[in-house]
Structures are given as C-alpha cells and as structure tokens.
Design a protein around this ligand. Structure first.
Ligand code: ATP
Ligand code: MG
Ligand code: MG
Ligand code: MG
Length: 566
C-alpha cells in the first residue's frame, strides 16, 4: 500500500485523558478513535493490527481442533434466567428491551447461548468432544472504562466453549487450549506467563490466566523461578500456607503512620480501586474493631459487599450503612462503596501485614490498610504490602520462594465442569444409554486488548515497536523526494512492486512531506523495517536500512534491498 492511498492521521501529542503509554500511542498513531466512554473505532491502520491478532488466534484454534461459528451479540434474557445469571451477573451486563417489552442483553460472554446450541445439537457421546469458538464483539458496562481498548466497554474477544463426555476428556481439551494459547502468545512475540487463577464470576473449577508481562499491568502475579508455581496474587494469597502471625488488632496497633490521609482521600482511593485494583481494604476503628473487604475483580461500585469482621473468625456481610453507623463514619466516607457481591474471609496473616496507609480520620480514629491498591497509588507501598503477604513465604509446592511481577490479563481459560450444562439441561447419552450433563470448558482471549498489551511491552520515545507478527506493515519504504526526483520515484516504485510481488506487506511512503515527518510517522506506527531511498545514496547505487527495534542505520546495495528485508 502507498501512504497516498492509506488514511494516516498521526498526532504529535496524545489527548490529555490518555494515561497509559499504549493508549497514548494508539491515539497518536491513529490506530483507534474514541467515540464515547469505552467505545472505540478501529481506524484502517489499527484494524490491520487487530486482524493480524485475529488471524493468529484463528489459526491456532483451528489447529487445536476447535470450529468457528458466530453467535448473536444480542441475547434473550430467558437463557440467562435459566442459569440465574440474569440477576447475578450485575451491572456489567447491558440490558435492553425491545418494542415488545422483551428483555435482552448485549452479550458480555456466551456460555448460555453456546450451551443452548449444544443441548439441541449434541445428543450422543459419539458427537463429543466438541469445541466451538467465535471472534466477536462483547459489551461489558465496565464501571471505569479506561486505558483505551485495554479496558473498553465494547471489545473483541475470542471465546471458545468445549463439551466433553467426561472430566478426563475435559482435561485433555483444556490441555490443548492451554497449549494453543501458549502458541498464540509465542507467535505474537510477546513475553507472557500462564498463571493459576480465580475463576471469578464465570465459575467452575480449574482456571488459568495468560498475562502479558508489563509494568502497567493491573494484576500482580506471584511465581516461583525454581518451580512451575505461578498464580495471580489474589489466588496466591489463598494458596499460600498460613503462617501464624500476630493477632490483627495488635499488629495494627503498633504500626507507624507514614501518611496522614483524609476521608476524602480514602473515598478517592476506594473509587480508584473499585474496578479491580483494590483487592483488600480494612477500615479499622481506634478501639481495634475493624472491617475488611476483599473486592474481587469484576465487581463494580454497587456490587461490592463488605465483610465485617469483629476479630478473626467472626464474619458476616454488612451494608455500608451498618458500617457507617457502627464506626460513626463521617458522611461520604463509605460513599463510593455500594452494596452486595463477593467477599472472602481474609487470613489473619494478611490482616497483620496491612500496616500501610494508616490514617487518622475524624471521629473515631480510622485506620486504612490496603493491599494491592493498584497502579494509581504509590507503587512501593503496594509491592511492599504484597511482599508481606506472599513473598518470602515458601510456595505452595514447597520449592523455592515467591517472586512478583505485573501482568495484563490477555487470556483466561476455565474448566466449567457441569455448572452450565446441569443448570440448562445440556445432556448427552453415554455409552450405557444413560443421560449425563456435558463437561464444559470455556476459553477467552482479549483480542483487542492484546494490541494495547503488546504496545505496553514494546515501545520507545519515538513510538510503537510492533513485533513482526503484529505490525500493520512489515516494511516501510520511505521515498525522500518522490515528487521531485525521477530517480527516486523510479527506484521506489520498482522496489515497491518487487516487494508486493514477493508477498511482503509493504508501505511505500510517497507523500510530498519533509523526510523528518515521514520518518517520525513510520517510527510512531512501529513498522519493523525501514528502507530509505533518497537521491544521495541512490547515486552510489545504495539505499539506507534501519530496524525499528534498534541498531545502526546501514547502507545496502539497491539490488539487494528486497531480499534483505524479507
Ligand atoms: P479483567 O479481569 O481484566 O476485567 P475478566 O477476567 O473480566 O478481565 P474474562 O471474563 O476472563 O475477563 O474475559 C476473557 C478476556 O477478555 C480477558 O482475559 C481479557 O483479555 C478480555 N477482556 C475482559 N474485559 C475486557 C475489557 N473490558 N476490555 C478489553 N478486553 C477485555
Ligand atoms: Mg480477570
Ligand atoms: Mg472484568
Ligand atoms: Mg478473566
């Protein structure tokens, strides 16, 4: 393609609302354009990148024996009522009503729809195993859409769903998907790690997440370099053996106060954390009574439930009103914390570790302790806190000790077992002519999130550095003086034609622009190889070559350039 035909719209500065480097660069490079909160158009250049991700995902899914289909984005409420998720899924689900007053949702995921297909299409063990996938748009009304396509409301997911006749069969299928995911991220050229994960709102038994490793990642991963142990910290906390530690109230009594925080700060912190970054909040009154909330991934503002703990062991749900009354919290203090959802009791060792963010608030004295507040807060505290919780502990498998890193969740696989098949009567006839619910698995990849995650891992001050697998073009040919020099024009057109003939995805920059502008654009867009054709070097029968990922500019003979960049 020629830049004269391609719609390119690059920006010198990113719009101020973009915080994350990938978001800034995607906007600056003109890959995406914002329509509304969490809603993005993929512009032609960005779409090329998205399609490259899709192609690799599709190829690996096909190789693993999955079959592609395409389900509707809009789903009838009745299916979700069968599993109870119409009420349980929470406000991430966008509910819609048609002209006949029938309820629908814009699918945040497709377990119900695929199970409905399976229960009518698959009836005998002879038809199993089966694995169906689609690459399709999902809508989740995220409480805090942010970071561009990284946490969008409408986003592209590859979701696969498998049906097996036995648990052993499911494990084989799950293993194949695990391998297919590893192949996808390896082919994309990304540094990634598969970790044991919490199965969250989707449910089921075994679960792994695939994370692209990047400092900006919202998740904290615990792994052991000496063993296979790797887990999302929220799960690692649950797995780590509980060492006896000081009683929580004591541990909290003798903490020092590094920072005085106001109630407003706390309210803000909680708001920041609500999406998923705050894993743990403790509100401790001066007399040692405390409230602990573990807020898990998907629960938004009005889904958050606080568990109230009066000393270890005692545990019940409490509304924010109750908590506010009990602790005489000033108005607004618990304001951002809504009601209702998912809570776990926290081990006392975790409580003992919560020594940071101690605050003197109004009456009575309130302490706040936090673990994993997320990237919006001072990082050292976050890491220190988590280290208190898990690092230095042996791993759960008894080998070595735990290390930590940050990751962006780009894939998630689950062994659902019979959660959906039992609820929806998705049965098959086994070899003994008896009916059994199918053993299901589900497997998601954040196709659009991958583009942002890849950029988080590969950029420099000049812009994006796409890995070859993701780059919108493999080679940029920058023709300096295309409109002024016959020689440049002839050489550039010839090289372009040869590269196209060789099947190389080449972008010929034939714009009537200053060389600096052309170089800056090609660098910002992140094209892996750049060949520059200009009068000066051309006179010596040469062109200039430079790799986007780094390295010196080199001169190569004009006749060798096409072979060189392939
Ligand atoms: P997160 O923890 O980031 O909210 P999730 O656990 O809710 O993600 P899953 O239900 O596991 O997401 O969905 C499968 C994949 O879809 C995720 O691994 C992620 O890559 C992608 N994904 C989920 N939510 C979003 C979103 N809001 N924007 C872009 N991609 C998303
Ligand atoms: Mg998650
Ligand atoms: Mg989520
Ligand atoms: Mg997930």
């Amino acid at each position: 393609m020629r830049t004269s035909q391609l719609y390119i719209s690059t920006l010198k500065e990113a719009p101020s609302e973009a915080e994350l480097i990938s978001h800034k660069l995607m906007l600056r490079a003109g890959l995406i354009k914002k329509l509304g909160s969490g809603l993005y158009t993929w512009m032609p250049l960005g779409l090329k990148v998205l399609r490259k991700v899709e192609a690799i995902v599709r190829d690996e899914m096909n190789k693993a024996g999955a079959q592609e289909l395409l389900m509707p984005a809009v789903q009838p409420a009745e299916l979700w009522q069968e599993t109870g998720r119409w009420d349980l899924f929470g406000p991430q689900m966008l509910k819609i009503t048609d002209r006949h007053d029938r309820n629908f949702c814009f699918g945040p995921t497709h377990e119900e729809v695929i199970t409905d297909i399976a229960r009518t299409e698959l009836r005998s063990y002879k038809q199993l195993p089966a694995n169906f996938y689609q690459i399709q748009v999902k809508f989740r009304d995220e409480i805090r859409p942010r970071f561009g396509v990284m946490r969008a409301r409408e986003f592209t997911m590859k979701d696969a769903y498998s049906f097996d006749a036995s648990f052993e069969g499911l494990q084989v299928t799950y293993g194949k998907m695990h391998q297919a995911y590893s192949n996808v991220f390896t082919r994309l050229g990304l540094k990634f790690r598969a970790v044991a994960a919490d199965s969250g709102a989707i449910g089921g038994d075994g679960s792994h997440e695939f994370h692209v490793l990047a400092d900006a990642g919202e998740d904290l991963l615990a792994y052991c370099p000496d063993s296979d142990f790797a887990a999302n910290v929220e799960l690692a906390e649950a797995l780590a053996p509980t060492a006896p530690r000081a009683a929580p109230t004591e541990a909290l009594r003798d903490v020092d106060t590094p920072k005085q925080t106001t109630c407003e700060d706390v309210a803000k912190l909680m708001e920041i954390g609500i999406e998923k970054t705050v894993k743990l909040i403790a509100l401790v009154a001066g007399d040692g009574r405390f409230v602990i909330a573990l807020i898990r991934g998907d629960h938004s503002l009005n889904e958050v439930k606080l568990s109230k703990v009066d000393g270890i062991g005692e545990f019940r749900f409490a509304t924010d009103e109750e908590i506010r009354a009990k602790f005489n919290c000033p108005p607004g203090f618990l304001g951002p914390v809504g009601i209702a959802a998912d809570i776990q009791v926290i081990a006392d060792r975790t409580v003992a570790a919560m020594s940071d963010f101690v605050v003197g608030a109004n009456k009575p004295k309130l302490h706040i302790a936090g673990v994993n507040w997320g990237r919006d807060l001072p990082e050292p505290h976050v890491v220190a806190d988590i280290r208190n919780v898990v690092a230095g502990d042996p791993s759960p498998d008894g080998k070595g000790s735990i290390e930590l890193c940050r990751g962006i969740e780009v894939g998630h696989i689950f062994q659902l077992r019979t959660k959906y098949s039992a609820a929806m009567n998705c049965l098959f006839v086994n070899e003994n002519n008896q009916q059994e619910p199918m053993e299901m698995g589900c497997y998601g990849i954040g196709v659009s999130r991958i583009v942002a995650a890849a950029i988080e891992q590969n950029y420099d001050q000049r812009g994006i550095i796409f890995t070859p697998a993701l780059a919108p073009f493999a080679v940029a040919v920058v023709a300096v003086g295309y409109h002024k020099s016959e020689a440049v024009k002839a050489a550039a057109d010839k090289m372009y034609a040869e590269l196209v003939a060789a099947g190389v995805d080449v972008l010929l920059d034939d714009r009537n622009e200053r060389p600096g502008v052309m170089f800056a654009d090609m660098e910002l867009i992140g094209i892996p190889h750049r060949v520059t054709i200009g009068d000066k070097v051309l006179a010596d029968g040469q062109v200039e070559y430079v790799a986007r990922a780094g390295g010196e500019m080199q001169k190569i003979a004009l006749g060798e350039a096409v072979a060189f960049v392939q």
